[in-house]
Design a protein around this ligand. Structure first.
Ligand code: AMP
Ligand code: GLY
Length: 423
């Protein structure tokens, strides 16, 4: 089969790495890809947002399956366009992608179908939102309705802070049209974890639990990022909790989307708060998480490709995936300054002299090649990913690799997996 992966991050590198190992894959392309992905796939110079360009390229390369990484092209209808052109695509169509594209839609769906989530109200009027906040206990959470690259959520400790968030998002439109509406919701206490599932419109297969580290600073401090590291499994997600998540969240959501005439196919990602009364949904994503995809691909023993095809074809019933019992960890290396301003085109050295170890993969997230040199193109640049008998060992191994990488302009959190050590 000819496969096209769309995207250019660590997630897409992990997907390409796994798909390239499939006996079903004869040719692998990635648009636009990065310097690491180029080791697995032929990179095509088409941006993930260029829907016409991607459809034309898929036709030209006789692609049998398109696998789409990021949320923007999914919400913009890339799956619809590929399928209309007769090209099979893995991921939700635009009607189903609204589950991530509009937090208001997601909250209303949860309310209608009894899917546990924080209490909320939707607002388009600044004064009404502020009057509502004035009556509420703090902390409180203010969210932009639309896609804001993980930055449209403010956990406010005071009413002043919450009102300032309303002004920034709704009035000043800091996130553009994504902030034409906001959600104000109850603050949930607990520990976060994520469960992803492959969904075929009706049936689903859950993947092992994973925990992300969204904040830029150690001890989960500082502004939120796309994710600074992740590991799987997340010990907080016990077998009993997994059962509840399957019944109360995944099964209800998949059935709800079908009942709404928006059957969901692709990756359903539930970002959860595990609190005193069980798991509640913080957000749904409609794609693999990044970096979450990296430790998950590291743990996946089965061929990924048949599972993606089965999801697209509506044939996941009785489908099974096998996983390594070991733990996997990804530590993200980013350019100093991220998630704020940072320098571009800095050079990363030492990648070619790392010891050969099948249980360590350095996934590239924002890199390009200039002759023999690896240069950075984005904030998050590498995802050092390891597999080991325990999370602590995976962590030790990941930091040893990081210490051997020579990149003075880069940084990482040194405490990925800290919650595991405190259990
Ligand atoms: P979201 O993109 O909606 O998952 O929000 C980003 C982050 O904000 C989450 O990973 C949580 O750390 C935090 N957050 C969002 N909603 C809530 C909430 N209702 N209670 C507590 N923290 C939240
Ligand atoms: N790491 C969070 C996300 O992919 O949304």
């Amino acid at each position: 089969m000819n496969i096209l992966v769309v995207g250019s991050g660590g997630r897409e590198h992990a997907l390409c790495w796994k798909i390239a190992a499939s006996p079903l894959c004869t040719a692998l392309y990635c648009a636009p890809g990065n310097a690491g992905i180029a080791q697995e796939a032929e990179c095509l110079p088409v941006k993930a947002g260029d829907i016409d360009g991607l459809v034309a390229k898929a036709q030209q390369k006789a692609i049998d399956l398109v696998v789409i990484g990021p949320e923007e092209p999914l919400c913009a209808g890339l799956v619809d366009r590929m399928e209309a052109a007769g090209i099979a695509a893995f991921g939700p169509n635009a009607d189903a992608a609204i589950l991530e594209g509009s937090k208001g839609f997601m909250k209303d769906l949860c309310a209608k179908y009894d899917i546990p989530t924080a209490a909320y109200r939707r607002f388009t009027d600044t004064a009404e939102a502020k009057a509502f906040i004035a009556e509420k206990d703090m902390p409180i959470v203010v969210k932009a309705d639309g896609l804001a690259a993980g930055k449209g959520v403010i956990v406010a400790q005071s009413a002043d802070e919450a009102e300032a968030a309303v002004t920034t998002i709704l009035q000043d439109r800091a996130f553009g049209s994504a902030g034409a509406e906001i959600i104000v919701e109850e603050f949930l206490e607990g520990e976060e974890a994520s469960i992803l599932a492959l969904v075929d419109g009706e049936h689903f297969v859950m993947l092992p639990s994973v925990q992300d580290h969204k904040a830029v600073g150690e001890g989960d401090t500082g502004p939120n990022t796309g994710g600074m590291g992740a590991y799987s499994p997340a010990p907080i997600v016990t077998d009993a909790l997994t059962d509840r998540i399957r019944k109360e969240i995944m099964a209800r959501t998949v059935a709800a989307m079908a009942a709404e005439g928006r059957p969901f196919k692709g990756v359903l990602y539930a970002g959860l708060m595990i609190g005193p009364d069980g798991p509640k949904v913080l957000e749904f994503n409609i794609r693999f998480g990044d970096p979450e995809c990296q430790p998950l691909m590291m743990r996946l023993m089965s061929d990924l490709l048949p599972a993606l095809i089965a999801a697209r074809d509506g044939e996941l019933k009785a489908f099974d995936l096998r996983w390594y019992a070991e733990s996997a960890m990804t530590v993200v290396l980013a350019t100093k300054g991220y998630p704020g301003d940072y320098e571009r085109d800095t050079e990363i050295c030492g990648l070619d002299t790392l010891p050969d170890d099948p249980n360590t993969v350095v996934f590239h997230a924002g890199t390009s090649r200039d002759g023999d040199r690896i240069l950075t193109t984005g904030g998050r640049s590498l995802g050092v990913t390891t597999l080991a008998p325990t999370i602590t060992e995976a962590q030790k191994k990941a930091y040893a690799v990081i210490d051997a990488i020579d990149w003075p302009e880069g940084f990482c959190r040194r405490d990925i997996g800290w919650r595991v050590a405190t259990r």
